[in-house]
Design a protein around this ligand. Structure first.
Ligand SMILES: Cc1ncc(COP(=O)(O)O)c(C=O)c1O
Length: 436
C-alpha cells in the first residue's frame, strides 16, 4: 500500500461490517455482560445465572465411567458416530421419557448438542425469515436468540399462574393469520418455566392441545426441568397425548450436567428425517464421547436417586428464596411460587424499572436478570428473573435482603423525584446465553 493511499483496513474497527449476512443483525452482544462480569465476583450474590448445582454429583462415579470409557471403548467413543445419535443412548432416552408418559421408539429420537441445539435445528428446518413463532410471555432467552437469528417474528402470548392462557393463544393464532402471516410453531415450556417459574395446569393441557390441533399448528414442547418438580409425580408431557402434533425436547443438562452438552428431540417421523440431515450439516454428529459417558452413567448409577437429591436441594433453595421474599420485599412487589425448576419471576411495584435498577443492585452486591431479556418486543421492564439454583440458602437469604433494600431505596427515590420518563434505562440489549 503506497504512503498516500490510506489503508481503510486500518481505519475501521471491523473491516467486514458491510459484508455480514442480514441474520447477524439479530445477534446482538449483551451490554450488560460487562455488568455480569462484575456480578460473578464472589462478594456479589448472583441470582442471575441458571447454572445447575452440579456440586451434588457423585464425581467419583462419573470419573470412573469416563476413565473406563476411554480405556475400554476409546476407539468407538473418540470416533465419529451416527448423526442421529448413539442407539443405546436413544433407547435409554425413551426410558427417561416414559416417566412423563411418552411412549417413543429410539428411531424417533435425535440426539443434539444440548436442547439448545434442538431449538436451533427445529427452527432451521421450519422457519424462513418473517415466519411467526408464538411464544409465551415471557419466554426462554436462548430460544428467543435462535428465533431472532433465523429472522423469525416472535408473537408473545399471555401467561398466568397456570401457564399459558388458552384464550390468549387462540386469539393470537387468529390475529396473526388474519394479518396474512405464517405461523410455524408454538414454542412452550410447560413445566417449571424459565423464566416465569410457573407450570401449565393439568386442566389446561388438553385445551392447549385442542387449540393447536384445530389450528393445525405444531407445538415445540421444551422440557428440560420436567423431572425437577418438588411435589408429586412428573407431569404428563403434551407429546404423550399427541405424537403427530408435538416435537418434544429433553436434556441431561439439569438432571445430570450441562458440560456434556447432550439433549434430544423427539419428532414425527418425517420431521425427524429432516432434523437428522440438519444435524449432520451442523455438526456431522453429536459428541460420541459425551453420549457414551451419559449412557454409562445412566447404567451404572442410580440416576433417578440422584435426581431426587437434586430436587431436595433445589426445594430447600426455593423455600429460602420464598421465605426471604415474603419477609423482606416491599408491599406491591409480587412473585411466582415455583413448584420445581430454578426460577422465580418477580414484578416490581409500579413505576420501577428492573433494567434501570440493575447497576445499583450490582453496586449493592446482588445480581438478577431484567425481565426485558425474556421478551422479543421490549416488554418486561417491571420484572426480573431470580434464580435459586446455584447459591446456598444462606446466600439466597442475604441476596434477597440486599435486593429488597435496593427496591426500598428506589421507591423512596421515585417518591421524591417521580417516575422515570418512558424508555429511560432501556438502552441495552438482552443478556447473552451465558445467563440462560
Ligand atoms: C427452557 C430451556 N430450554 C433449553 C435450555 C438449553 O439447555 P441445554 O442446551 O443445556 O440442554 C435451557 C437452559 O437453560 C432452558 O432453560
Amino acid at each position: 500500500m503506497s504512503a498516500d493511499v490510506p489503508d481503510v483496513r486500518q481505519t475501521r474497527l471491523d473491516n467486514y461490517v458491510d459484508r455480514y449476512a442480514a441474520r447477524t443483525k439479530g445477534m446482538t452482544a449483551s451490554e450488560i455482560r460487562a455488568l455480569f462480569s462484575v456480578a460473578s465476583r464472589p462478594e456479589v450474590v448472583s441470582l442471575a445465572g441458571g447454572m445447575p448445582n452440579i456440586g451434588g454429583l457423585p464425581l467419583d462415579v462419573v470419573g470412573g465411567a469416563v476413565r473406563d470409557l476411554a480405556i475400554d471403548n476409546g476407539a468407538v467413543a473418540m470416533q465419529y458416530g451416527s448423526g442421529q445419535g448413539d442407539p443405546v443412548l436413544r433407547d435409554q432416552i425413551c426410558d427417561v421419557m416414559r416417566l412423563e408418559g411418552i411412549d417413543a421408539h429410539p428411531d424417533d429420537v435425535v440426539v443434539t448438542v444440548g436442547s439448545q441445539q434442538a431449538v436451533d435445528l427445529v427452527t432451521r428446518v421450519f422457519c424462513d425469515p418473517g415466519d411467526v413463532v408464538i411464544c409465551e410471555a415471557p419466554s426462554y432467552v436462548g430460544a428467543l436468540g435462535v428465533f431472532r437469528a433465523y429472522q423469525c417474528e416472535v408473537v408473545h402470548v399471555a401467561m398466568d399462574d397456570d401457564g399459558v392462557v388458552p384464550e390468549a393463544l387462540e386469539q393470537a393464532i387468529a390475529s396473526v393469520r388474519a394479518a396474512g402471516k405464517r405461523i410455524k410453531f408454538f414454542y412452550t415450556i410447560p413445566n417449571f418455566h424459565n423464566p416465569a417459574g410457573v407450570s401449565l395446569a393439568n386442566q389446561r393441557r388438553q385445551r392447549v392441545l385442542e387449540i393447536c390441533q384445530q389450528a393445525d399448528l405444531l407445538i415445540l414442547e421444551d422440557n428440560p426441568y420436567g423431572l425437577l418438580g418438588f411435589d408429586g409425580e412428573p407431569q404428563r408431557a403434551l407429546r404423550a397425548d399427541d405424537r403427530e402434533g408435538v416435537i418434544y425436547l429433553g436434556s441431561f443438562s439439569k438432571t445430570f450436567a450441562p458440560g456434556f452438552r447432550v439433549g434430544w428431540a423427539v419428532a414425527p417421523h418425517a420431521v425427524r428425517e429432516k432434523l437428522v440431515l440438519a444435524q449432520e450439516s451442523a455438526t456431522l454428529c453429536p459428541p460420541v464421547f459425551s453420549q457414551l459417558a451419559i449412557s454409562s452413567y445412566l447404567t451404572r448409577h442410580d440416576w433417578l436417586g440422584q435426581v431426587k437429591q437434586f430436587r431436595e436441594m433445589y426445594r430447600e433453595r426455593r423455600d429460602a428464596m420464598l421465605a426471604a421474599l415474603t419477609e423482606k420485599m416491599p408491599a406491591a412487589t409480587t412473585w411466582t411460587r415455583p413448584g420445581g425448576g430454578f426460577y422465580v419471576w418477580l414484578t416490581l411495584p409500579d413505576g420501577l424499572d428492573a433494567k434501570a435498577m440493575l447497576p445499583r443492585a450490582v453496586t449493592a452486591r446482588v445480581a438478577y436478570v431484567p425481565g426485558t431479556a425474556f421478551f422479543a418486543d421490549g416488554f418486561g421492564s417491571q420484572c426480573m428473573r431470580l434464580s435459586y439454583c446455584h447459591p446456598t440458602p444462606e446466600r439466597i437469604t442475604e441476596g434477597v435482603g440486599r435486593l429488597a433494600a435496593v427496591i426500598h431505596e428506589e421507591l423512596e427515590l421515585r417518591q421524591t423525584f417521580g417516575p422515570l420518563p418512558p424508555g429511560a434505562g432501556h438502552d441495552y440489549d438482552a443478556p447473552g446465553p451465558e445467563l440462560s
